[in-house]
Write a new protein. Structure first.
Length: 141
């Protein structure tokens, strides 16, 4: 397979009304991955879901009081590796020390990380000098 690269940078206002737009971008990108041999519609649905959850968390917990700040998202596809990064500017949290969640006992909310971990191959969250970044990866081969 020839080497391929797609890079999409998204910046939208830090408001939940833009979540559908962000999810639709990921969905359209997935449906256009001609080299992907799996079910592109399912991949599109999954990417829409995880990106909407991640962006919603960044808006609600990362900079909730600052609607003037932009939400920054990067989506990259290199060969068979898809990477989504969602940046936030909040206090952050330790993804490795979250209590295990039982999907049957969850109230409204709280499902985002569970969904991301179920649909992506890896999920990591780290602090950087510029803020925090949630990174989700999926192998496309």
């Amino acid at each position: 397979m020839a080497s391929s690269c797609i890079a999409v940078d998204i910046a939208v206002p830090n408001r939940t009304r833009y979540l559908a737009l962000v999810g639709n971008i990921a969905e359209c990108l997935a449906k256009g991955l001609e080299a992907y041999s799996g079910d592109r519609d399912t991949l599109a649905f999954h990417l829409n879901l995880v990106l909407t959850e991640a962006a919603g968390n960044a808006i609600r917990h990362g900079s909730p009081a600052n609607e003037e700040r932009l939400l920054h998202i990067c989506i990259e596809v290199r060969d068979d590796d898809l990477c989504i990064r969602v940046f936030d500017y909040g206090q952050g949290f330790d993804l490795d020390h979250l209590a295990p969640l039982d999907a049957g006992e969850l109230e409204e909310g709280g499902r985002g990380i569970l969904v991301m971990r179920a649909l992506m191959d890896s999920v990591a969250y780290k602090k950087t000098e510029e803020g925090n970044v949630l990174e989700m990866r999926k192998k496309l081969a």
